[in-house]
Write a protein that binds this ligand. Structure first.
Ligand code: ADP
Length: 159
C-alpha cells in the first residue's frame, strides 16, 4: 500500500491546501492529513475545531483521513506506515523553508520521501494567515476558503 502524509497546521484549511489534497490523494492509496499537537503554537482554531473543518471539507475523499501527532513528523509517518510526505510549494517563498525541513527530515529518517506539488496559479499567494488577516479587516474571503471555513472564521473573529 502506498501511504502518504500531508502535515501542516491548517489554521484553518484553505482552498490552496484543498487543491494539494485533491491532487495529492491520487498519488496514494491512503493520504493522512496530519496536524501537530503543539501547545506552544498559537492558533486561531483549536485542534478539535481544525479537525472538524478538515473532516467536513474532505468527507467526499474516500482515501483521505485525519491524524494528529505530538511526535516528530517523520516518526508519525513511520507509525502510520507512510513512506511519503506531501508538501505544497507556493512561488519561491516556500522553497528555502521546505528545502531546510526536507534536509532535516532526510537526516532523521532517510526512508521517507517528500513529494512536492506546485501550487495552482490562483492559490500561489494564499495562506491561512493572509485569509485570517483579510477577514479581520472585513474583506471578502469567499474565494479563498470553503463555505464552512468562511463561516467558522467569521464566528471566531466576531466573538
Ligand atoms: P505549516 O504550518 O507547516 O506552514 P500549513 O498548514 O500552512 O503548514 O501548510 C501545510 C502545507 O501546505 C505546506 O507544505 C504549505 O507549503 C502548503 N500550502 C499552504 N498553502 C498553500 C497554497 N495556497 N498552495 C499550495 N500549498 C500550500
Amino acid at each position: 500500500m502506498r501511504i502518504g502524509i500531508y502535515p501542516g497546521s491548517f489554521d484553518p484549511i484553505t482552498n490552496g491546501h484543498l487543491d494539494i489534497i485533491e491532487r495529492g490523494r491520487k498519488l496514494f492509496d491512503k493520504l493522512y492529513i496530519v496536524l501537530s499537537i503543539n501547545p506552544n503554537k498559537k492558533t486561531l482554531f483549536t485542534l478539535d475545531e481544525r479537525i472538524a473543518l478538515l473532516k467536513e471539507v474532505t468527507k467526499e475523499f474516500d482515501n483521505v483521513d485525519i491524524a494528529t501527532t505530538d511526535k516528530l513528523t517523520v516518526d508519525c509517518a513511520k507509525e502510520l506506515g507512510a513512506s511519503f510526505m506531501l508538501r505544497g510549494l507556493r512561488a519561491v517563498t516556500d522553497f528555502e523553508y521546505e528545502l531546510q525541513i526536507n534536509l532535516f527530515n532526510k537526516a532523521l529518517n532517510n526512508d521517507i520521501e517528500t513529494i512536492f506539488i506546485m501550487s495552482a496559479n490562483e492559490y500561489n499567494f494564499l495562506s491561512s494567515s493572509s485569509v485570517k488577516e483579510v477577514a479581520l479587516f472585513g474583506g471578502d474571503i469567499s474565494k479563498f476558503v470553503p463555505k464552512c471555513v468562511e463561516t467558522a472564521i467569521h464566528e471566531k473573529i466576531n466573538k
